[in-house]
Design a protein around this ligand. Structure first.
Ligand code: C2E
Ligand code: MG
Ligand code: MG
Length: 460
């Protein structure tokens, strides 16, 4: 008996050592609070209509609250705290009514001071499985028993915290080796293109829109198209947007170029609908950059275009990245609000690559979230990247948003995404970006159904 106890003691000690190491590696205790944590606690509070939500982490003696919603409390010391209970059980702890739970009566439970009738705490884990922290909700929902899907939602939110920690770690690795998404340093671009090159291209009508199909994954039906700009340069050939959009943004020409793109896409929608009224169910999405938001009257401009081309707002989608919203959040909020009222779809592009994705997701009225290609491509690398995609999908679902996975290149990614419940996707596996004429051919396929893609693991 004595030996068994000693063994279990030493196992606990080992687990605790591993946990503290993981905690130190995550650099969570002595860093500034992050807005994404606030977004998670707020989401949890809203979803569960909770009185208080805590995101906490603990070392051996005390609990560190990294974000709290509702009544302001400090959970310390560690012993007798929710954290302690979660770590002891290694699993969610759900207490529908504290007053009738014998092991919680008395002074052990610090949070009793709140006189909450109930709480639920779920673990936030490191990639190795060690418990780093807990996400706990008090009051609200658990006055009754928690349904299984509600527990899953709470666990997803806790996984989202893990994902954000993992994202932060990856960002560090990437920033030491190069950025996570290709970001162009204007100073490094060199002399080309100059402002006058771009001005000339605009005057000479050298820009062109390519279109890439967006499909419903279950059927491979084309449900929409993303318009992607190209520069048909007389000497350099087809120039990709990342080679000139940053410069266009820098020198302000992104505004006329962006206007051209919107108008061109609307004209194309009109033309497709003239060919076949069935195409009215297609949504054509146009990418917008930061500067286009900073400008007053974007919604009026879009409305005028819709009228002029006689197209419905459901036929147009506008994609923007988080970074384009950060520069002036109040204006972004106003502009997005008026676009939403107009009825056009708002898509958050490259989700996960920004610095506080969740914060923005929660704050702005997006109806579609596009999972960045970097996550899709890493999905098959292991449990953690897969978990990130899974939690993004679950979170979007809980927020009533559609999810589009970007950059699907292999059958394996395609199958996994479907298993995770992702409904829509785009990528080379289905179709590359192509000219309006070429995409017109695909639209004429019976039922707009794309054929079965190439075999598993073969990038197209
Ligand atoms: P984005 O909006 O995230 O567009 C998706 C990019 O991923 C496109 O690159 C597309 O060609 C590429 N892509 C799609 N499927 C796959 C795949 O399976 N594998 C790989 N490796 N790549 C895939 P593209 O056309 O070079 O555009 C790059 C970015 O340029 C776009 O990223 C968007 O942010 C920006 N952009 C494109 N057109 C416009 C525009 O008209 N205005 C503005 N402001 N930005 C634009
Ligand atoms: Mg896009
Ligand atoms: Mg994207």
């Amino acid at each position: 008996m004595h030996i068994v106890e000693m063994r279990s003691d030493s196992i606990e000690r080992q687990n605790e050592d591993a946990r503290l190491q993981a905690l130190a590696a995550a650099e969570i205790l002595d860093t500034e609070p992050e807005s994404c944590f606030d977004a998670i606690t707020r989401l949890a509070a809203e979803y569960f209509q909770a009185d208080t939500v805590l995101l906490s982490f603990a070392d051996e003696s005390r609990v560190w609250v990294k974000s709290s919603w509702g009544e302001s409390i400090r959970e310390m010391p560690r012993h007798g705290s929710v954290f302690e209970m979660v770590i002891r059980d290694g699993a969610p702890v759900i207490v529908p009514d504290v007053s009738v739970e014998p092991r919680l009566t008395g002074k052990r439970m610090t949070l009793r001071r709140l006189e909450v009738a109930s709480f639920a705490g779920v673990p936030v884990r490191a990639p190795g499985g060690e418990i780093l922290g807990t996400l706990s909700i008090f009051g609200g929902l658990p006055r009754r028993r928690m349904a299984v899907d509600e527990l899953h939602m709470l666990e997803s939110l806790a996984d989202m915290v893990s994902s954000q920690l993992e994202l932060r770690r990856m960002r560090k690795v990437f920033t030491s080796k190069g950025p996570i998404a290709p970001q162009v340093d204007i100073s490094a671009v060199g002399a080309w293109p100059t402002r006058s090159d771009l001005r000339h291209a605009l005057d000479q009508r050298q820009f062109l829109l390519y279109y890439q199909p967006e499909v419903e994954l279950a059927t491979r039906k084309i449900i929409g198209l993303e318009a992607l700009i190209r520069w048909v340069h007389p000497e350099r050939g087809l120039v990709p947007p990342m080679d000139f959009i940053p410069m266009a943004e820098e020198c302000g020409l992104i505004l006329p170029i962006g206007d051209w793109g919107l108008e061109e896409a609307c004209g194309q929608i009109q033309q497709w609908c003239a060919d076949d009224l069935g195409y009215r169910s297609l949504r054509v999405c146009v990418n917008l950059s930061a500067r286009q938001f900073a400008r007053e009257g974007l919604a009026d401009h879009v409305e005028a275009l819709l009228r002029r081309f006689g197209i419905s707002s459901r036929q147009l989608g506008l994609e923007m990245t988080e970074s384009s919203l950060i520069t002036d959040t109040n204006t972004a909020m106003e502009v997005l609000g008026s676009l939403r009222r107009l009825g056009v779809s708002l898509l958050m592009d490259d989700f996960g690559t920004g610095y506080s994705s969740l914060h923005h997701l929660h704050r702005y009225p997006f109806d579609v979230l596009k999972i960045d290609r970097s996550f899709v491509s890493r999905m098959t690398d292991g449990e953690q990247p897969l978990q990130i995609v899974k939690t993004i999908i679950e979170l979007a679902r809980a927020l009533g948003m559609d999810v589009v996975a970007e950059g699907i290149e292999t059958r394996e990614q395609y199958t996994l995404l479907q298993e995770l419940g992702c409904r829509y996707g785009q990528g080379y596996l289905f179709a590359r970006p192509m000219s309006a004429e070429a995409v017109g051919e695909l639209l004429r396929l019976p039922g707009r159904l794309l054929p079965e893609p190439a075999e598993a693991g073969q990038p197209c």
